[in-house]
Structures are given as structure tokens and as C-alpha cells.
Write a protein that binds this ligand. Structure first.
Ligand code: IPD
Length: 277
């Protein structure tokens, strides 16, 4: 195992606890609530966030937390951004493609990140300056034991948009992400493939692992993005807003790529509205 910091080791333990809750409740939900129109939340989201924040708070009682379900708790130079269950719609519909996403920021800069693909049993971890790493559970197992083999991951070398696989996301109701319909069709006719997976953290993790070349979206929250963006950066990729400028997470638009196709994607996105112009 790479020489992870106590922050990362604790985040791995927290993600593992949340993953166990998600697997136990998968397909057994009794009720789905809605925080707003088309914005579901399940008992697994809430229980996962409590497990994550409880684990992190026991280890770091002075740190602050921003969670998708619990909002902001406390204030500190160290803030954990937690999406306890990224891909709630997939989860609620028994589509086994969702994640736990945990990032630690120090004075606003992400310094540690963990993303767990709950049903595949793959876990990603990155520390600023330490590279991005992936460990997979043994075939047929999804539980995280802490004894898995880690390998360093890097972005893909593909450098032509027509050969690239991209993913995006649409928030529902479409609202501020309506202009993404134009970006979607513009990229669909120029890129090799475009997919919509329903879990932002897994899109970013896939860019970091070199499985796809890029992901863009209008509307995701900082807890959807923070961990995955450090994975991409530490795997050698690049991120920006849709115009190619420095990404500002709370302005809620993102383009993350392997770097080699970044400018080609920005050129296509320039054909449509960015929502920030
Ligand atoms: C959502 C998913 C989805 C993305 C949305 C996110 P949630 O997160 O990542 O793929 O399109 O922008 O809000 O609500 O399932 O945690």
C-alpha cells in the first residue's frame, strides 16, 4: 500500500463503512424521499453520511464538514467535502453504478481524496503531490479489506477527440444545465463516444484511470467533484471550466480530461453557451 497519510487512511475506513451500508440496503429500500423535484434521497444516503462523518469526526474532532445531506457542520482550516452516495438516482433504481466521494480541503485546496465504486469494490485514493492510486477487491468480492494491491493510475494517452470517450451529466429538472443539450449534441457528432453515467465521481475516477478521456457537466456540486478532481490532477490530467479557465468548484461547471484532448473539447464547447458568460 502507498504510504498514505492518516487523513487518507481514515477516509478509506469511512468510505468502506458507507459502502457496507449501501450494499446492505441495495434493492431493499422501503421509501424514497425527494429533497426537491426529481432530487431523490434514500435512507442509504443519510446513513452513509452519518457513518462517514462519525468516522472522520472521531479521528479529527476539530475539522469541519460539508455533506450533501447534512450541509455544513463547523468551521476549520480543514474541511471534508462528502458526497455519501454519488448517483442516488441509479441507487434508487437498482442500477449498480454509484460511489462514495470524500475529499479533504486545507484552506480551500484539496489535499486528499477517496472515491469508492461501491458495487465494483474499486477504491481510488490520491494525495496532493503523491499520485493517484487504485485498488480493486478480489474477483467476486466487493468488501474492502485494506489488504488489496494498489497500483498507480495515469490518464489515457489518446490525443484525438474523434478517438476519445467522454461522459457528461444532466441535472433534473434541467434548469441551469439546459445549455448542456447543445454541448451534448456538438460533442456526440465529434467525439468517439459520449455516455451519461449518473455518478460524477465515477466519471472523474475513470478519467484518472485512463478508461475514458474526458467528462464535463453543468450543475454538479463541489461535493460531487472535489475528490475526483484531485484524482484527475494527480493522474496527470487537466481540469477547467467549460471555457478552459481555472475551475471554481462552487460555480458548478467542470471539464476534466486527460489533458491531450482538453483544448479540442474546449473548442467544441465554445460553440454553445457556458452558462457563465
Ligand atoms: C449527482 C450525480 C449525477 C450528476 C449530478 C450530481 P448525487 O450526484 O453525480 O451524475 O449529473 O450533477 O448531483 O445527487 O447522486 O449525489
Amino acid at each position: 500500500m502507498p504510504a498514505f497519510s492518516l487523513h487518507t487512511l481514515t477516509a478509506l475506513r469511512a468510505a468502506s463503512a458507507a459502502g457496507a451500508i449501501q450494499r446492505a440496503l441495495f434493492g431493499r429500500l422501503t421509501r424514497i424521499e425527494y429533497k426537491g423535484p426529481q432530487d431523490p434521497v434514500t435512507e442509504a444516503d443519510r446513513a452513509s453520511e452519518e457513518a462517514i462523518v462519525g468516522t472522520l469526526r472521531d479521528a479529527f474532532p476539530d475539522h469541519a464538514f460539508v455533506g450533501e445531506e447534512g450541509g455544513r457542520r463547523g468551521s476549520s482550516e480543514h474541511t471534508w467535502l462528502v458526497d455519501p452516495l454519488d448517483g442516488t438516482h441509479n441507487y434508487a433504481h437498482e442500477i449498480p453504478w454509484f460511489a462514495v466521494s470524500i475529499a479533504l480541503q486545507h484552506r480551500g485546496q484539496t489535499i486528499a481524496a477517496v472515491v469508492l465504486n461501491t458495487m465494483l469494490g474499486e477504491v481510488y485514493a490520491a494525495e496532493r503531490g503523491g499520485g493517484a492510486h487504485l485498488a480493486a477487491a478480489p474477483p467476486g468480492r466487493t468488501e474492502w479489506t485494506g489488504r488489496e494491491e494498489w497500483r498507480r493510475i495515469t490518464v489515457s494517452p489518446i490525443d484525438q477527440l474523434e478517438d476519445a470517450t467522454l461522459t457528461t451529466g444532466f441535472r433534473h429538472p434541467l434548469g441551469e444545465s439546459r445549455p448542456n443539450l447543445d454541448h451534448f449534441t456538438n460533442l456526440l457528432v465529434r467525439a468517439g463516444r459520449v455516455r451519461e453515467w449518473g455518478a460524477a465521481a465515477l466519471c472523474l475516477a475513470a478519467v484518472a484511470a485512463g478508461r475514458i478521456e474526458g467528462y464535463w457537466e453543468m450543475g454538479p456540486h463541489e461535493w460531487d467533484l472535489a475528490a475526483g478532481l484531485l484524482l484527475v490532477e494527480e493522474a496527470g490530467g487537466r481540469s477547467s471550466d467549460l471555457r478552459g479557465r481555472t475551475a471554481v468548484l462552487d460555480r458548478r461547471q467542470i471539464l476534466a480530461t486527460n489533458g491531450a484532448i482538453h483544448d479540442q473539447v474546449v473548442a467544441v464547447l465554445a460553440l454553445g453557451r457556458s452558462g457563465l458568460d
